[in-house]
Design a protein around this ligand. Structure first.
Ligand code: GLN
Length: 313
């Protein structure tokens, strides 16, 4: 395999978990009211190698809403459908340096969404999902993300409704995009679809499988299904490296040296190209909205497994 022996990886995953399980920095997100009820003690670390080998520590099967991590996979599916150039013309690939729900990121760039990993670009990406109507688009998203996970993902209706009742800001972002002529679909329907994609339930284990699929050129190591092309994985990982952890993306790349994507429910997916996917779950977040223990456990693994893509030795 591309990683050290199974026993070595197994003990390093255990160590990444044990060393960080008592860290209690950060706060559970509560701007989506229901997320505030998450148990801050939960913590899971999962690694899935591209040959399908699995390493689990802690609460790896506990389900939580995927939130912004969905942005990475919907983007990949849309790139697969429309191609590199047409998507790039609609949605840029530069970091905004601003929080994920920033309206300034739209205003400062003539309404052109700067990247698909912040809400403006993610909502614009969701609008590009093929389908005659919102139901067909929803089916495309659920089926596509399920192919990445290797099992049928389900919607958390309570999370969906909690966010739908409080997402005035995302509705405003969609309205702004529309006013700049950068949204071809109905803005409220698009936000609704985006809110639903964020409420799909995953586990840390699922995230590791999804990450391993991106790590292996789009081939799901568990199901053997080719979900997207190697070119789409390459492009998606470049975008994650630049913007996967919002305004902390530079620090993440500096410390960890791998493309990753966080979500406000506490998940992080990290991809070691050609080697493995890493999935972590822990609800306490830093001020940018990234899981604190997840970042630390991933940093531990990246160092101990030698995964930093910029390191020559
Ligand atoms: N659904 C959340 C939102 O749009 C996702 C944000 C996140 O995970 N950073 O605000």
């Amino acid at each position: 395999g591309a990683l050290p022996s199974w026993d070595d990886v197994e003990s390093l995953v255990q160590a990444a978990y044990e060393r960080n399980r008592t860290v209690d920095d950060g706060e559970v997100a509560d701007y989506i009211p229901i997320l505030g009820e998450a148990d801050p003690a939960l913590f899971g670390v999962a690694v899935v190698e591209v040959d399908g080998r699995v390493h689990d520590a802690g609460d790896v099967d506990r389900r939580f809403s995927i939130q912004s991590i969905s942005k990475a996979f919907v983007y990949a599916l849309v790139c697969e459908e429309l191609g590199h150039r047409p998507v790039l013309e609609r949605i840029g690939v530069n970091n905004t340096g601003l929080p994920f729900n920033s309206v300034m990121a739209i205003e400062l760039n003539d309404g052109h969404p700067l990247n698909p990993m912040v809400n403006a670009g993610a909502i614009a990406t969701t609008a590009l999902v093929p389908g005659d109507d919102a139901d067909a688009q929803w089916a495309f998203i659920v089926e596509g993300l399920s192919r990445f996970a290797g099992r049928t993902l389900e919607l958390d209706d309570v999370v969906y409704r909690s966010e739908a009742a409080t997402n005035q800001r995302n509705r405003a972002i969609a309205g702004l995009l529309e006013s700049y002529g950068r949204l071809d679909r109905d803005p409220l329907e698009t936000v609704d679809l985006y809110t639903k994609q964020c409420a799909l339930l995953v586990s840390a284990h699922d995230l590791a499988v999804m990450g391993a699929t991106l790590a292996d050129g789009g081939l799901n190591p568990v199901t053997g299904v080719q979900v997207v092309s190697p070119e789409v994985c390459r492009d998606t990982l470049a975008v994650l490296a630049a913007s996967g952890l919002y305004e902390r993306s530079g620090e993440w790349l500096f410390e960890i040296g791998l493309p990753g994507k966080s979500g406000v429910a506490g998940g992080i997916v990290t991809v070691s190209p050609g080697k493995a996917g890493i999935g972590t779950y822990s609800p306490r977040l830093d001020s940018a909205g990234n899981s604190v223990r997840g970042q630390r456990a991933t940093a531990h693994l990246a160092r101990s497994l030698g995964l930093n893509i910029f390191a020559s030795t």
